[in-house]
Design a protein around this ligand. Structure first.
Ligand code: GAR
Length: 189
């Protein structure tokens, strides 16, 4: 059994799609939701699905020893970042080599790095006059958005698209592909 912890900071629409996709799966279980923001929507989603949550504030996040034990007690052996905005501490990356993946709402290596998250990404893509954007699912290392790329999918940008419209297009791709790619990655290993 692979037990996944989903790390998420926000609304959690990706987390919810992943939870729904693996409901009842005998090989893959969502064991824990880790969140850094009290009141984040993803906490309600976890509660609705009866999934344990772990809220980690900034100071504690940078000294992972204190919560690694909680990941272990939930038998977590794979980590999925779904809208999580902090850089993973090196000691977590060491404990989960090639077992942490992230989704980024653009076509890396462009429009990634520190400060590039959510609507900021879409604003930057539109400001540069790009004709397409998309999603990137990649392994996580100790640098923002630099781990090996696992999967990308593209969407077209039309004249007049706003950051909100682009965000919607990207969310459609994320919701369709992220659960599938997680399943293929885990079952293929
Ligand atoms: C997603 O679009 C995800 O790609 C992005 O945050 C959004 C979270 O939405 N992640 C980043 O920008 C990471 N750099 P959600 O909370 O509805 O899943």
């Amino acid at each position: 059994m692979v037990n996944i912890a989903i790390f998420a900071s926000g609304a959690g629409s990706n987390a919810e799609k992943i939870i729904q996709y693996f409901k009842g799966n005998k090989a893959i279980n969502i064991g824990l939701i880790v969140c850094n923001k009290p009141g984040a929507g993803v906490l309600d989603i976890a509660a609705n699905h009866g999934i344990d949550t772990l809220l980690i504030e900034k100071l504690r996040f940078s000294s992972p020893e204190s919560y690694l034990a909680e990941l272990k007690s939930h038998h977590i052996n794979f980590i999925v970042l779904a809208g999580f905005l902090w850089k993973m501490p090196a000691s977590i990356v060491e404990v989960y080599p090639q077992r942490i993946i992230n989704i980024h709402p653009a076509l890396l290596p462009n429009y990634g790095g520190k400060g590039m998250y959510g609507m900021r990404v879409h604003q930057a893509v539109l400001a540069a006059g790009e004709k397409e954007s998309g999603i990137t699912i990649h392994y996580v290392n100790e640098h923002y958005d630099e781990g090996n790329i696992i999967f990308q999918a593209k969407c077209t940008i039309e004249a007049g698209d706003t950051p909100e419209i682009l965000a919607q297009k990207v969310h459609v791709l994320e919701h369709k592909y992220f659960p599938e790619v997680i399943g293929q990655l885990i079952m293929g290993n």
